[in-house]
Write a protein that binds this ligand. Structure first.
Ligand SMILES: Cc1ncc(C[n+]2csc(CCOP(=O)(O)OP(=O)(O)O)c2C)c(N)n1
Ligand SMILES: [Mg+2]
Length: 311
């Protein structure tokens, strides 16, 4: 099959869609954008293992599938273990001469719950064993397909169905788990953050992670109109504001060395990001100020790391 290619930075990307239309993602879903872009960057020689979550539920209502590449559904907790087995199987097939060369990319995809909560043990083991794969976390900051329950990636102050805002609570009272830092602590060769609002950056990072030998971790922030309670028409704008306010900076950690991919001269006030989303509607000026201070502190710390260990 010949596929039409267009230029992406120094390389080429296909115009073919590997995620077929007809899926059930919500209108304006950031996750569906991220998957489409990731698959374009990966091309055809790929095997994707996908943890239970929106990505699986919305793409494979029995007996249909939207995936135009080989795809395996896994449990909520074991996607990294399954892709480990796939990768080990390919490796042994080459060693035994059943496959001529190993040019198939192994990819695991999981939501923030699958990644930072229930699947973190399997993921840590896969990183430690050093499998040649890329793990893509599709972070919509809660358990969305099961009804917007909080996860350890839900940010401070966000309202969810299991940590609702009300008279006695501002919603989530814990801080968002720093999953890229946890991945980097495994001394893997490549860790990066991305957002579909910055599509070329996202596709370059997917490709880079897939091409690097050994484990790679890509943490993608995907705005969720249903769970974050915003219109489907502002998904891209919200992703841009996440980066421009500094609450979700775009960076890479290669062999422990940091690169900040976008560093605006002045960060926008966090209120601009929060006010577009119903999950933050209850926050008072004082609480917004507290979140601003958290963002400032986290961003300053990241910049210190970039300066101390430049890429
Ligand atoms: C052991 C286990 N517990 C609970 C569930 C139910 N369950 C399926 S997906 C999911 C949440 C997924 O959240 P996340 O990984 O963030 O993906 P999202 O739906 O947000 O894309 C839950 C609780 C399950 N399938 N298995
Ligand atoms: Mg989620």
């Amino acid at each position: 099959m010949t596929v039409k290619m267009v230029r992406l930075g120094g390389g080429l990307v296909t115009t073919k869609e590997f995620l077929a239309e007809g899926h059930n993602f919500c209108t304006g879903c950031g996750e569906s954008l991220a998957i489409r872009m990731a698959l374009k960057a990966l091309g055809e020689n790929v095997i994707v293992a996908n943890a239970t979550g929106c990505a699986e539920v919305c793409t494979t209502p029995m007996p249909y599938t939207s995936w135009r590449i080989p795809w395996i559904h896994t449990l909520f907790e074991n996607v990294a273990a399954v892709i480990s087995g796939v990768e080990a199987g390919l490796k042994i097939s080459v060693e035994k001469g059943r496959l001529q060369e190993r040019d198939i990319k192994c990819v695991a995809m999981g939501g923030d719950g699958a990644t930072s909560d229930i699947g973190i043990q399997a993921l840590s083991g896969a990183f430690e064993r050093g499998h040649d794969f890329i793990y893509i976390c599709l972070d919509n900051e809660a358990y969305m397909n099961t009804g917007i329950q909080r996860s350890s990636a839900t940010p401070y102050g966000a309202s969810t169905t299991t940590a609702p805002a009300g008279k006695f609570s501002i919603g989530q009272v814990t801080r968002k788990k720093n999953m890229p830092a946890i991945a980097a602590a495994h001394n893997i060769p490549y860790v990066a953050t991305a957002c579909p609002s910055y599509r070329l950056d996202l596709m370059k990072k997917v490709r880079k992670g897939a091409e690097i030998e050994g484990p790679a971790y890509l943490h993608i922030l995907v705005p969720c109109p249903t769970g974050w309670r915003h219109g489907g028409d502002v998904t891209v704008e919200i992703g841009q504001l996440a980066v421009q306010t500094g609450i979700f900076p775009l960076y890479e950690i290669e062999h422990g060395r940091y690169t900040l991919n976008a560093d605006p001269p002045k960060l926008k006030p966090i209120e601009e990001y929060l006010k577009l989303q119903g999950r933050y509607r209850h926050l008072t000026g004082e609480e917004i100020e507290k979140i601003q201070e958290m963002v400032n502190a986290d961003y300053a710390l990241l910049k210190e790391k970039v300066e101390a260990f430049p890429g």
